[in-house]
Design a protein around this ligand. Sequence first.
Ligand code: FMN
Length: 381
Amino acid sequence: MSARLFTPLRLGPLELPNRIVVAPMCQYSADDGCANPVWHRQHWAQFAMSGAGLVVVEATGVERSGRITHGCLGLYSDACEAAMARELSAAKRLALPGTRFGIQLAHAGRKASVSYPWQGGKPLGPGADPWPTVAPSAIPFDSEWHTPTALDAAGLARVRDAFVAAARRAVAGGFDAVELHMAHGYLLHEFLSPLANRRSDSYGGPLANRLRFPLEVARGVREAVPARMALGARITGTDWVEGGWTVEDAVILAKELKAIGVDFACVSSGGIHGGIPVPAQPGYQVSLAARVREGSGIATRAVGLIVDAEQAERIVAGGQADMVALARALLDNPRWVWHAADRLGAKIGYPPQYARVAAALWPGAKLARPDDFPSLPQAAK
Ligand SMILES: Cc1cc2nc3c(=O)[nH]c(=O)nc-3n(C[C@H](O)[C@H](O)[C@H](O)COP(=O)(O)O)c2cc1C
């Protein structure tokens, strides 16, 4: 019997060739928000030909001040849009047939203006060109973090418009899918969680009010993203602390998103406040995805320490999720999908330039035809 992991998946208007997704991963390597032909080109190239059904580009700031670090990608200027389109087009030339590309649109909220992870990931000090941060309420992420300004009506409208404008730029840039970042303690999650949202207006208080701003953003972006493209959201399954966001809240959010026309949800967790431990162990968020899938009916992606092929297959074959996203396992081994296919008895195309690998090491593997890659040097000859 063929592995469910390698069966096609319909995601709204898109058909993915399989159920393996490259999770969004910040690279902190952009130039004022712009992708560049050094780091992003090599990073996207390896995943374009990885065999994953969907490759999601890292959290991309919808406004300059919504980036996490000075090196985060953005889609807030014509220069960002042009660079993104140029690099995406290069990646697409390398992509295995059927591979789709999405982009995660994000606003870092009160977790913006920090140093690179390899410099500590801490709030930027006065000499490091910090910038003011915003949030639903003027509560910092942790002690010694920047105190954000609570967004007023004009600020809310500005951020909402920025999401919509960035989505339009993503459409123009040639993406197949847009994913809204509503997790990891960034701005939209801050509105959802009672731990970060202490507003007393119609955007705070009961769950229905806390959902309001993220749903307004989702509605605006759905209108900007044509029906031929998929729209998804990365949501949080739990804040991992008493009094925080719960998986039952996530089910309600997923139902509301589905009603707006959002095609899928990726269920992650954590990050709302400093010092809350996350019990990370293999597949630690899978049961959250399963609950969201069962309770809302939205196409669901599981993520979090999914590292081997059999584990991934069990998740989708067992109906806990429709697809899986991998981050660190794919960084470690961009050929993960090729090897998983071999382990699970599935066939996956190899670029013709690498045909000798398949012939020698994976005799059952399928070779892509040279004309699957008409724009690659030599391949069409
Ligand atoms: C280098 C790196 C960068 C990440 N950047 C993002 C990001 O841009 N957006 C996001 O939602 N999650 C981000 N994450 C989280 C991953 O997408 C993923 O949810 C998490 O690493 C758990 O999956 P894993 O165990 O397969 O790595 C990042 C993770 C890593 C390792």
